[in-house]
Write a protein that binds this ligand. Structure first.
Ligand code: AMP
Length: 427
């Protein structure tokens, strides 16, 4: 074969797309229920938008961006994440002019030049929500609750919430100095990346998965013990609200998240099923980013979830969604097609997924095809059936056939839909 999809990208074929559609539906539903409106931002933005907001020192900006110069000599970048562009759009479109909060969600592909492996791609999808204008702990709690609701709707139970506070511009610098001092003593134990981080972002060393770095940080001070009174109260209230909603998070004082812009609450959703790439998504508060991007002071909180990882964990639940019976409409000859189309319409109204013969095959070949493709039922229309005002319904599992009067077809098929659902649930 001459051409292949670029490394780290892949084609998503129709059968898998059904799973995507199901997930996309749930994303719209949960966003709508929580009052988030969709925003669609360009897939590329000025490189500066990402460099400024995500942070020059982050892995994303320093190593992973797809940056190119266009014919007008502008430096552009395929978006590696959603928040930066959404903040840019929020400011550009004066969305901060009205009363807050402004609640936006996005869904679409992101691009990072990273080493591909299971659950890690160079083009991957994210769903994210951003709530602008509220500094209240209730906003943090709401974003977490929305995410957990979505995971619930997708049937994902093996997910834990990890939560931490990374402080603010008052208390974090003090803590960072302290941490740096301690880690300086263990400099020789740190991996190469972390040695570099010692100057620019020592807190990320706490999150490094390398064993030696882990050892070097065992007794290092943690941010939660150094929060200023305001950050401490904020964190306590987030946990209190979650508690009252029955949400039990696991406090992880090492959690810092990879991006520069977080303040106060940081959280992550971790799957126990995914292996190495176990983070389904995460987010947190970013009270300084809007101002940092040239806007007024606007506190904000958000979350981003990786769609491929959600899909990987979703196999079991999605199978349950396939309970609607699949019906194939077979016609004895081409002149039966109009009748076949009518029967198909009725079956769709009754809640079935329906295909009509489009190949002009013999009835025998159609039955063979329907069996091979795993249809639950075949609706047969022929000359004789037409004269008698009936269609024949063949149950492909049992081989039983019954005659259904066309006049009652919709209600009869509704009962069939019900029976099939029950049968599939039991099976
Ligand atoms: P981040 O923006 O890095 O916080 O990532 C949020 C979520 O996006 C992660 O938890 C993953 O689920 C997903 N994600 C990030 N990078 C990739 C990637 N290269 N391939 C697939 N999913 C990713």
């Amino acid at each position: 074969m001459k051409y292949r999809a670029p490394r780290g990208t892949r084609d998503i074929l129709p059968e898998e797309c059904r799973k995507w559609h199901f997930l996309e539906e749930k994303i719209r539903e949960v966003s709508w229920k929580y009052g988030y409106g969709e925003i669609r931002v360009p897939i590329f933005d000025s490189t500066e938008v990402f460099a400024r907001s995500v942070g020059e020192d982050t892995d994303i900006v320093s190593k992973e961006m797809y940056t190119f110069t266009d014919r007008g000599e502008r430096s552009l970048t395929l978006r590696p994440e959603g928040t930066a562009s959404v903040v840019r759009a929020y400011l550009e479109n004066n969305l901060n002019a009205g009363p807050g909060p402004v609640k936006l969600y996005y869904y679409g592909p992101m691009f990072r030049y990273d080493r591909p492996q299971a659950g890690r791609y160079r083009q991957f999808y994210q769903y994210g929500v951003e709530c602008f204008g509220s500094g209240h702990p209730a906003a943090d709690a709401e974003v977490i609750k929305l995410t957990l609701d979505l995971l619930g709707m997708l049937g994902l139970e093996d997910v834990t919430l990890q939560i931490n506070s990374v402080g603010c511009s008052e208390c974090r610098p003090v803590y960072r100095r302290k941490l740096k001092e301690v880690l300086e003593h263990n400099r020789e134990k740190l991996c190469r990346d972390c040695t570099g981080r010692l100057e620019s972002s020592p807190m990320r060393i706490m999150d490094c998965k390398e064993e030696h770095c882990r050892e070097a940080t065992v007794n290092a001070p943690v941010m939660v013990d150094h929060l200023c009174p305001e950050c401490s109260a904020h964190y306590a209230e987030v946990k209190e609200i979650l508690n009252r909603l029955g949400i039990v998070g696991e406090e992880n004082p090492r959690l810092v998240r990879g991006l520069d812009y977080y303040t106060r609450t940081a959280f992550e959703f971790v799957s126990t099923e995914l292996g190495a790439q176990d983070s389904i998504g995460g987010g947190g508060r970013y009270d300084n980013l809007v101002e940092h991007m040239g806007g007024p002071t606007v506190p904000a909180v958000g979350v981003a979830l990786g769609i491929e990882r959600l899909l990987l964990s979703m196999d079991k639940t999605f199978l349950q969604q396939k309970k609607a019976p699949a019906v194939f409409v077979a016609v004895s000859s081409d002149d039966q097609l109009p009748t076949g189309f009518q029967a198909a319409d009725i079956a769709r109204k009754a809640g079935c997924t329906v295909e009509v013969e489009l190949m002009g095959r013999s009835l025998k070949a159609q039955m063979k095809y329907a069996g091979k493709k795993g249809f639950d039922y075949v609706l047969i229309t022929g000359q004789e059936e037409e004269t008698r005002g009936i269609v024949t319904l063949r149950d492909m599992n049992t081989g039983q056939q019954e005659e259904l009067p066309v006049s009652r077809l919709e209600s009869d098929l509704q009962s069939v839909v019900k029976q099939t659902r029950n049968r599939k649930e039991e099976g």
